[in-house]
Design a protein around this ligand. Structure first.
Ligand code: UDP
Length: 261
């Protein structure tokens, strides 16, 4: 497979064309942003960890029948994915109230929800990804009733699976963000899971101590983001001592390179 030109650069990832028109390469950057791009930084090694963690979760989801865009991981930072048309909605799934919802609705931080709550945000950085309702989605044709019904069913299965997967390794899945894309499979319109699932897009708290093992370490200046993401990867059984060492080496190598520049 040949890597072609850059098609799109987002906040945390870059998409490159390939010689197959249906496939693209997704490159995980080390850049971190928060609060609608107002806070920015580069955290060496984050992309490597997110690539591995997202690969692990998406391939496990495939095994339970959740179709998604992942074809295969290529290397430390890149994966081959199917080219889809992204539905312009961020689907937020909440099991425990924290973050924006607590401020917006005056809910006590850490309130356990009776049932998973799905919220919709319009994917538009200029507007700050505003919260929207299902009626808005249909009124402005951002998606269809049929797509939303399919997506909601997938979301509940994904949530159930991920709660169990993380619970098994001593982590509480507090909330997360999903994106879905459209594509044709054998001439049939399908909606599949896209983007990434990683500590950048989930809130993950240690089951016993409530220690934050996710991007809130960056948002709230808690520090030690890489050790937290590494901890998630280790508990999921992705990073063994050997590959952990190579992740650290990549970090060291890239900082040596930067110093030489
Ligand atoms: N999230 C995300 N990308 C976004 C917005 C939210 O991955 O652009 C994730 C976030 O990491 C958290 C969940 O979605 O796991 C809910 O985020 P919330 O709406 O509370 O946003 P925040 O408090 O970060 O503004």
């Amino acid at each position: 497979m040949k890597k072609g030109k850059k098609l799109y650069e987002g906040k945390a990832k870059i998409i490159y064309a390939t010689n197959d028109k249906n496939l693209v390469i997704q490159y995980f950057k080390d850049d971190a942003t928060a609060f609608n791009n107002q806070k920015k930084s580069t955290i060496e090694g984050k992309g490597v960890l997110n690539n591995r963690i997202s690969e692990h979760i998406l391939s496990n989801l495939s095994q339970i029948g959740i179709k998604n865009h992942l074809v295969k991981r290529l290397n430390m930072r890149e994966q081959v994915i199917m080219l889809v048309e992204i539905i312009p909605i961020e689907f937020i799934v909440r099991n425990v109230a924290t973050g924006s919802i607590t401020k917006r609705l005056g809910i006590e931080d850490g309130t356990v929800l009776k049932e998973p709550l799905i919220e919709y945000c319009l994917k538009d950085d200029k507007l700050g990804d505003p919260l929207i309702s299902e009626e808005h989605i249909l009124a402005f044709d951002w998606s269809t009733k049929k797509e939303i019904e399919k997506v909601k069913k997938m979301i509940l299965r994904i949530n159930d699976f991920m709660i169990g997967m993380f619970r098994g390794v001593g982590i509480k899945l507090i909330d997360f963000k999903l994106e879905f894309g459209r594509l044709k499979i054998d001439g049939k319109d399908e909606v599949i899971l896209a983007d990434e699932i990683s500590p950048d897009t989930c809130r993950l708290w240690d089951s016993i101590t409530d220690k934050k093992l996710d991007k809130d370490r960056f948002r709230k200046n808690l520090g030690d983001l890489i050790p937290a993401y590494t901890e998630v990867a280790k508990r999921l059984g992705i990073l063994h001592e050997q590959s952990n060492v190579s992740a650290v080496n990549v970090t060291k190598l890239s900082s040596i390179k930067r110093k030489q520049q």
